[in-house]
Design a protein. Structure first.
Lengths: 386, 386
C-alpha cells in the first residue's frame, strides 16, 4: 500500500506538535485529515500568552501543503462535539488517528476550578469520542495517543515502559505501571490512558500510547521554512516548556527561572524526535487487542543541569546567561529518585537528537530572529498550585 | 461535641444507600443536609426499571424524620451544577460529606455511547465539584466517598486494602493498588479515586474511600418500618444487584439467572453492614493529608455459591429454586483468582451480618409482601458488553 492510500487523521493539527507532523506526513504523501478547533489559540489570546511567532491558520497552511500533496483536508471541529466528530470520522474512516487534541498545560489546569474542569473534560471527552467512533466505524483503526511521562510522577522505583510485573505474596500479575500525576492536566492524561486500556481489553482496539517527556525545539524542514509552515513557539508560564523558556530568557537577557531547588529530574525530547517517534508508531501498529506504550524521551536532566547546559552552550555565541531560583509555584517533589526506561523507541529505530551545544544554538538563533516579539511579562510563573 | 452540632451532608440521599443512611443518622441526632436530584428515579422510569416498592419523595420523608430530628433539610440539587452545589456547601459548611451522588450501574454505563459518557461525566463532575467546594470553604471537611471493589477487577494477586507496597529492582515505594475496571461505571469510580488521592496529596484534604462489594438486603429499623421510610429495592437487569435479583426470581418462581459459568467471585455486603461501615467512617476521620481506604465487604462468594445459598435457604420456607446459566452478557474473567483483604473495617469494630439462611429468609419475606409488583420482563439481562 502506498502512503497516499493510507488515511491519517490528526486531531489537534494546530498545536506545537500537530503543525510539524502535518507537514512531515504531507511530505511523505499520506492522505491527511486535519482537525482542530483553534482552542489553544483562543486560550493563548484569552490569557495574553501569545507564542513568539505568528503562524498561519490551518486553512492557509493546507493551501501551501497542496503544492506537494493534494490529499489534505481540514475540518474545524471541536473533538468534544460527539456528533460532528462522528460524522467526519464516519466519512473519512481513517486507518490511523494521531490524537493530540488535548489542552496541554499543567499550569492552566491548576489556575482555577473552571480551568481544571475544562482540562479534565476536554481531554477525556475528546478521547471518549474518538474511541466511540473507532468502535462504531473502524475497529481496526490504529489510535496513536500522546500521553506524558508526567503520568508516572516521580516514584521511588525505576519507571518502566507503561507496564509493571508485580510479584506479591507468592503470586504475580502484570499491570499498568502505577500513575500519579502532579497537576489536573497530568490526571486527565492518566484517565485517558485508563480509558484507552479499558477499550483495548473490552473491545479489542489497537492503541499506541506515547508517554512523552517535556518537548523542546523547532521544526527545521526546508519545505516548512520556505513555505511559512513553521510551528508556534511558546515560552510563557502557561504554554511554554522549560527549555524553550530558558532559551528565550537567555536571549531576552533575563535570568533563567529555575523553580525551587532545580533538582527535579525529567526525561526530555527534541521536537524533531517527536516526529520520528510518531512515524515509528505509524509504521509499527500494535495489532488488535493490544496497547503498546513507549516512553518518548531521549535524555534525563535535572532542571539545574538543563539551565547549565543552556548557559554553557550560549557562551559560544557570546550570551551571558544568569540563573535565578524561584520559590516553586508547583507542588512537586524536588529531591527524588528518577530512572526511566526508554528502550522501546530506540529498538524501533529512533536516532536521538541530543541536547548538544549545537542543538541549543540552533534554537537560540531561531529565537533571536523574533527577539523583538518577546514579552517579558508572560514568563514569570503566576499560577501557584496552592 | 454532640451529634446535633455535627453537620453531615449526604449527596445522593434518595438512593438505595442514601435513604437508610438518612434515617440512621437522623435517629442519631446529626444535623443533616440531604442532596439529590432524583436522577436515579428518572433513569428507572426512562428505562422502565421501577424498583419493587414505591418510596416516598425526600420532601415527604424529611417531614417524617422531623418527628425525631428537627435539623434536617433537603435540597434538590444536581451535584454536577457547580454553582448551585457550591452555594449550598458554602451555606452549610458541613463537617462531613457522604458522597453517594453517582450513577451506580455497570450495565447502564455499557448500554451505549451516551449512557457511558453520562456515567463518566456525572460521577467525575460530582466528585470534582465536591472537592472544589471543600477546598474553597472547609478544607477540614471529611469526605466519605463510596467506591467499589470492582475498581480492582480480578487481579491474579491478593487484593489489599487500597494500597500496595511494590518492590522493584532493589527499591520500593507504596502506590494505590492497581485498578482495572470491567465497565465504564467502574472506570468512573477509578477516576474518582485518582482525583481524590490527587487532592489529598496536593491540597491536604482528608478522605475516606470505601471500596464496597455488591450490596444486598433491606433496612430493618423499626422507625423506618413504622414511618414509611424504607429504601427502594431494585431487582432488574440495570439497577438490581445480584443477590436481591436472585431472591426476587425465587419468589417469582423463575430460575435464578447465573451469568456464564458462575465461577466469578466477589466480596458481598449486607445493607445493614454498609450503614455500620459509614458510621465507623464518620467516627474515624483519617486526619488532614490522608486518604483512608477500606474494602467494604464481609464475605466472598462465587455466583454459583450465591445461587446455592439462596436455593438451600428458601427450601425452609418451601420455595423450590431453579438455577439457569445464561451466556454472560458482560466481558469479565469467569475463572479467576480472588482473595481480598477486609480487615480494616473489622478493626474499627464492624460486626458482620453474615449471609445465613435467616438473612435470606428475612429478605425473601420482604419480597413476598410485594410479590404482585414483580415485573418479570425486567430481570433477564438485555445489555451486552460487546
Amino acid at each position: 500500500m502506498t502512503n497516499k492510500n493510507i488515511k491519517i487523521m490528526i486531531l489537534g493539527a494546530d498545536g506545537y506538535l500537530g503543525v510539524p507532523l502535518s507537514v512531515d506526513l504531507a511530505l511523505k504523501g499520506f492522505n491527511l485529515t486535519l482537525i482542530d478547533n483553534y482552542v489553544k489559540r483562543k486560550l493563548s489570546a484569552k490569557y495574553l500568552r501569545q507564542p513568539l511567532n505568528k503562524i498561519n491558520k490551518i486553512e492557509t497552511r493546507v493551501k501551501q501543503l497542496e503544492k506537494i500533496n493534494k490529499n489534505i483536508t481540514f475540518s474545524n471541529i471541536d473533538c468534544r462535539d460527539s456528533n460532528r466528530f462522528d460524522q467526519i470520522f464516519k466519512k473519512v474512516k481513517p486507518d490511523i488517528v494521531v490524537h493530540f487534541a488535548e489542552i496541554p498545560s499543567a499550569p492552566y489546569s491548576m489556575l482555577g476550578t473552571d480551568e481544571g474542569w475544562n482540562t479534565l473534560n476536554n481531554n477525556l471527552k475528546s478521547t471518549y469520542n474518538l474511541i466511540s467512533s473507532v468502535k462504531k466505524h473502524n475497529k481496526d483503526c490504529h489510535i496513536i495517543k500522546l500521553g506524558t511521562m508526567g503520568e508516572y510522577g516521580t516514584p521511588n522505583i525505576d519507571i518502566e515502559e507503561g507496564w509493571l510485573d508485580i510479584h506479591h505474596r507468592g503470586r504475580k500479575d502484570k499491570f499498568l505501571y502505577p500513575r500519579q500525576g502532579s497537576s489536573l492536566y497530568h490526571m486527565s492524561k492518566i484517565m485517558d490512558t485508563d480509558l484507552l486500556w479499558f477499550n483495548v481489553r473490552m473491545h479489542g482496539l489497537q492503541v499506541t500510547d506515547l508517554m512523552q517527556g517535556p518537548v523542546y525545539g523547532i521544526h527545521t524542514s526546508e519545505f516548512a521554512k520556505d513555505n511559512h509552515l513553521e510551528t508556534s513557539f511558546a515560552y510563557d508560564d502557561i504554554f511554554g516548556t522549560v527549555l524553550n523558556r530558558f532559551i528565550v530568557q537567555a536571549i531576552a537577557n533575563i535570568p533563567l527561572t529555575v523553580y525551587g531547588s532545580g533538582s527535579q529530574i525529567r526525561g526530555y525530547i527534541n521536537l524533531k524526535d517527536t516526529l520520528q517517534c510518531i512515524n515509528l508508531a505509524i509504521q509499527n501498529p500494535p495489532g488488535k487487542d493490544k496497547l503498546s506504550i513507549y516512553n518518548q524521551f531521549t535524555e534525563q536532566f535535572s532542571v539545574n543541569e538543563l539551565s547549565k547546559i543552556v548557559k554553557n552552550a550560549l557562551k559560544y555565541i557570546n550570551i551571558d546567561v544568569k540563573i535565578n531560583h524561584l520559590d516553586n509555584p508547583r507542588v512537586e517533589s524536588e529531591k527524588h529518585y528518577y530512572n526511566a526506561d526508554n528502550k522501546g523507541m530506540k529498538k524501533l529505530g529512533l536516532k536521538p537528537t541530543l541536547l548538544t551545544k549545537d542543538t541549543i544554538i540552533e534554537i537560540a538563533e531561531y529565537v533571536i530572529k523574533y527577539k523583538k516579539r518577546i514579552n517579558k511579562k508572560i514568563i514569570q510563573p503566576k499560577i501557584n498550585w496552592k
